[in-house]
Design a protein around this ligand. Structure first.
Ligand SMILES: [Zn+2]
Ligand SMILES: [Zn+2]
Length: 416
């Protein structure tokens, strides 16, 4: 039986008015947006994909049009990636407030700024501009943000990850039927519109397509953060990536961009390994057929400089820690279910100075524009990274396929 049952309500369409203007309101700076909502021809309602509880199918529901507050931007969502962290929530492996709108890897068009938003933000993201959203949306003002570690933003974890809200403790999503609040996983991107704190956005040049570029805000962002900050990678480093799905395969391309000498892709599916070669892997290892650690040492002589674990499993955690050279870095980016424990050989770690480093996302304002540049210049190939495109109504199927290992790279839902 399919993990997510197809639901009738997924096919239900709203009778939303067609809206073609690029501008709904004047900027919120003078308060016009706050006073004039829904009067300038924009729709009053939108559809969003709702997760209710584990093992219950996602449904598409109608919402009141979300309202951005100061420093936030309303985005007309164009595409949203299908990511494993959403799947963890859907399966109940990572607890999250529900009901919620999932989806955290988006591109879209700026349609409105919240009232009293700083002029600098309005100038940086004019109405009509194309943007990409990072799944970690930094508040910009907390202890970690001030230190430059936006990937650890206190407000993001305290409010969004812990409560499903933005940083005033409230969601921006309310059901049309009964006005009840629905929580937001990051910006709640699997919806026709979403509200994003401006600090979590970067401009997307018109030369980059909405659909493929959606993966920049999580898969590529996470890979960049792992290589740039956690691994502090240098040209000539040898790299192994264990688990080459959406995020892992992005790590291959980022490793290549950073000048890796050897890039070893490890997976248990031959189709993913085949795809990995196209993305820059110089060697591949099928973990079901070969001894992963032995083979990595055979290829590199003494182990890799940097190994990345992108699955969040105890076995691959151990393989990752064992496959680095003495003094090497084992970078863990795979989220696991809540109680998963990774084991490590203590004496080996101490004597051989093995560094085990956790890495989550990257720093939105610093890194996301860099990631966009890599795509813009073609150094990062988006076309090869996105292996499936589907319609808004097919989100259930996409997550079901992801759950069954049927998506080779990344699936993206197109929301037009
Ligand atoms: Zn993600
Ligand atoms: Zn912060």
């Amino acid at each position: 039986m399919a993990f997510f049952v197809a639901s009738r309500s997924l096919l239900r369409r709203s009778s939303r008015p067609y809206f073609s203007s690029r501008r709904w309101f004047s900027s919120g700076v003078d308060g016009i947006a706050a006073a004039g909502y829904n009067v300038a021809g924009g729709p009053s309602f939108m559809r969003g994909t709702v997760f209710w509880e584990p093992n219950r199918p996602l449904t598409i529901e109608e919402f009141h049009m979300p309202r951005p507050k100061s420093g936030e931007i309303l985005i007309k969502t164009k595409a949203c990636g299908v990511c494993h962290s959403d799947l963890h929530v859907l399966k109940g492996e990572l607890p999250f407030s529900s009901p919620c709108v999932i989806g955290h890897e988006i591109t879209g068009e700026v349609v409105e700024h919240g009232a009293h938003t700083d002029n600098g933000i309005i100038k940086r993201f004019p109405i009509g501009s194309h943007v990409v959203g990072a799944f970690i949306m930094p508040c910009g003002n907390c202890f970690q943000c001030v230190k430059g570690q936006e990937d650890l933003c206190d407000a993001f974890f305290a409010y969004n990850r812990a409560k499903g809200t933005l940083y005033d403790g409230e969601t921006r999503l309310y059901l049309r039927s009964n006005g009840k609040p629905v929580y937001m996983y990051s910006m709640g991107g699997m919806a026709e519109y979403c509200v994003v704190p401006a600090n979590g956005l970067a401009l997307l040049p018109n030369s980059l397509p909405y659909t493929e570029s959606a993966i920049l805000g999580c898969a590529v962002f996470t890979a960049y953060g792992a290589m740039r900050h956690a691994a502090d990678m240098r040209a000539g480093d040898s790299v192994a990536v264990i688990g080459v799905g959406g995020v892992g395969s992005s790590c291959l391309q980022i490793a290549k961009a950073f000048g890796a000498s050897e890039i070893i892709a490890v997976d248990v599916q031959d189709d993913k390994l085949q795809n990995a070669k196209m993305l820059g892997a110089t060697h591949t290892i099928n973990g079901l057929k070969e001894d992963v650690v032995g083979k990595i040492k055979e290829i590199t002589g003494r182990g890799v400089d940097v190994a990345v674990e992108a699955l969040g499993k105890p076995l691959t955690f151990m393989q990752c820690a064992k496959s680095v050279r003495d003094g090497g870095k084992a970078v863990m980016i795979g989220l696991a279910s809540t109680n998963a424990i990774g084991e490590v050989d203590i004496t080996h770690l101490v004597r051989r100075q093995i560094k085990i480093i956790g890495s989550y996302g990257a720093r939105a304002r610093q890194d996301l524009p860099q990631v966009v540049k890599l795509a813009e210049t073609g150094i990062f190939n988006l076309q090869n990274a996105v292996t499936r495109k589907c319609k808004f109504e097919e989100a259930n199927n996409a997550f079901d396929d992801l759950n069954h290992g049927k998506i080779v790279g990344r699936a993206v839902v197109e929301i037009m």
